[in-house]
Write a protein that binds this ligand. Structure first.
Ligand code: SAM
Length: 291
């Protein structure tokens, strides 16, 4: 009989059981003996053990109280390993990362919370230098999309780093097996966002408005979501060098940067509601100050 309690679906517990996939994650992270690693959701420790062998220090954040306690006992004799019982969506990032020192984030993420966790660490003051994680393949494809297939998620990820899919992972690599195929993604995080923006929140107000109806032409999306008159929208798009008939998914990150610059010149006081940005909900209510 297994020594572990049954997997909790509510915590996204699909445990990795295929050691070849463990090796692919470790190899993708290019670990060196002086690396500082943050693992999210260590679970039963299949990634934690090889990470502990290779890294100079490892902090692992686990929400499940039984799994966190079992790992704390297992690693008690290894002072370079710290198990933190916490929610990665809320944990104080400064308390689990070394000040002013680069670190790598490695995870087989719980799928229900994967996007908020990734966004949170990418937007953090002290970001990881690299992320290697497992997510659903569809999400991975979305993150790594190129103009033609871009979305709010691809813009949000590619603003902060260069993502690539390392390899697809079939459901049989996990117990219990999820219904969908997964993928390992590596993001090489930029020291600074790829676009110089005066307000990240305002930028995402614009991008979210642009993607409010992906099948519509971009001028319609902006006109309706930002309540800007049609002739104003056309002027802004023309100043940004963007054909108003284009669909939002065809715009590159640089196009969004140009559009933001042109929009911001005319509407410098537009702010976003940071909470609705995180939750990817339409922005409602009157503009208000951010961060
Ligand atoms: N790393 C292990 C593996 O590869 O087998 C477990 C991966 S499993 C997909 C996700 C893990 O994240 C589970 O151990 C789960 O309890 C934990 N988890 C779920 N939600 C979490 C959260 N919000 N913060 C931290 N850990 C979480």
């Amino acid at each position: 009989m297994s020594q572990y309690a049954p997997a909790k679906k509510s915590l996204g517990q699909n445990f990795l059981v295929d050691r070849r996939i463990v090796s692919r994650v470790i190899t993708a992270a290019d670990l060196a003996s002086d690396d500082i690693v943050l693992e999210i959701g260590p679970g039963r420790g299949i990634l934690t053990r090889p990470l502990a062998e290779r890294a100079a220090s490892l902090t692992a954040i686990e929400l499940d109280d039984h799994l966190a306690a079992a790992l704390a006992t297992e690693f008690a004799s290894q002072p370079h390993v710290r198990i933190v019982h916490a929610d990665a969506r809320e944990v104080d990032i400064a308390s689990v990362t070394p000040p002013d020192t680069a670190y790598k984030l490695i995870a087989n993420l719980p799928y229900y919370a994967a996007q908020p966790i990734i966004r949170r660490f990418l937007e953090a003051e002290h970001k990881p230098s690299m992320m290697v994680f497992m997510v659903q393949r569809e999400v991975a494809r979305n993150m790594t999309a190129v103009p033609g297939d871009m979305s709010l998620l691809s813009v949000a990820i590619q603003l902060y780093g260069k993502p690539r899919i390392v390899v697809g992972v079939p459901p049989r690599a996990f117990r219990p097996a999820p219904k969908v195929t997964s993928a390992i993604v590596r993001i090489d995080v930029y020291p600074q966002p790829a676009l110089a923006l005066d307000s990240i929140d305002a930028f995402f107000t614009l991008v979210r408005a642009g993607f409010s109806a992906p099948r519509k032409q971009v001028h319609n999306c902006l006109q309706q979501s930002l309540s800007i008159p049609r002739n104003e929208v056309e002027t802004i798009l023309s100043e940004a060098g963007i054909d108003p008939r284009r669909r939002p998914q065809t715009l590159s990150l640089d196009d969004w940067g140009s559009l933001y610059g042109a929009w911001r010149l005319r509407y410098p006081d537009t702010h976003a509601d940071p909470q609705s940005l995180r939750e990817n909900k339409p922005h409602t209510g009157s503009p208000r100050a951010t961060r």
